[in-house]
Design a protein around this ligand. Structure first.
Ligand code: CA
Length: 242
């Protein structure tokens, strides 16, 4: 009885953490040529709190998917200029970004071919937006590979579920953006996070804050969590070590 209670607590905490994570730091690309459908998807995902970019053809879709590091891509297969197949094939030469393909109801072979070609999931048109959001969350969760609700780095503990940070057990007051930056670095600890990636994940497309603001946030975080907490790779970005 006690065990099942703990398990459900843990599931609830993980779900809560994912809700929070997805609201602050997930950026998606929607590649769909039908304007009404694209608009409906973009609007729904934006209302969910995702940062969303869009493309109306395969060429600009591939360009964006190559230039930016998205957390997931929603990809229609039948696209002008360059098909979804061509986009996926070109993208997979350089990137493993999770891709969910949209296929026509009668195109069973498309699904098999899509999954063989490097797609991670598919939905058949017409689909419900709720289903799309659930599938995207599952895709991103798998790619992040984070199931625990806390991350320990030396004396620092990041509590993903309630978005707080403690140092040696003591609560540390942080702004929402400081927390979001710490969380982003912690979820990708050991990996170089470029300034561009920080902008993609922490700030929206329309946020035109000056880039040196990242330095300001990092400087504040160091004062709170320790000078060595975040390493600066000069001219490259930032890295957080275990
Ligand atoms: Ca289409």
């Amino acid at each position: 009885m006690q065990q099942s209670h703990n398990q459900s607590d843990s599931v609830a905490a993980t779900q809560f953490y994912l809700e929070k994570l997805f609201r602050i730091s997930v950026r998606l690309l929607v590649v769909e040529d039908e304007p009404d459908l694209r608009q409906a998807i973009v609007q729904a995902l934006t209302e969910e709190g995702f940062a969303v970019d869009e493309a109306a053809d395969g060429h600009s879709g591939l360009h964006k998917a190559t230039v930016w590091d998205y957390d997931a891509i929603v990809l229609d297969l039948m696209l002008p200029i360059k098909s979804g197949w061509e986009l996926l094939s070109a993208l997979r030469k350089t990137k493993s970004t999770p891709v969910l393909i949209l296929t026509a109801r009668d195109a069973v072979n498309d699904r098999v071919r899509g999954l063989d070609g490097g797609a991670d999931d598919y939905l058949i048109k017409p689909f419900s937006i709720v289903e799309l959001i659930a599938r995207l969350r599952a895709l991103i969760r798998r790619s992040v590979g984070q199931s625990s609700s806390t991350i320990d780095i030396g004396p620092i503990t990041i509590h993903l579920a309630d978005r707080t940070v403690t140092k040696a057990g003591e609560a540390v007051a942080m702004t929402a953006r400081e927390y979001a930056l710490v969380e982003l670095l912690a979820l990708h600890r050991g990996k170089l996070i470029t300034r561009t990636m920080i902008y993609d994940h922490i700030f929206g497309e329309d946020d035109d804050s000056l880039s040196n603001l990242v330095d300001v946030h990092v400087s504040h975080i160091r004062k709170k969590l320790g000078a060595d907490f975040i390493e600066t790779r000069r001219g490259q970005g930032y890295i957080l070590h275990d």
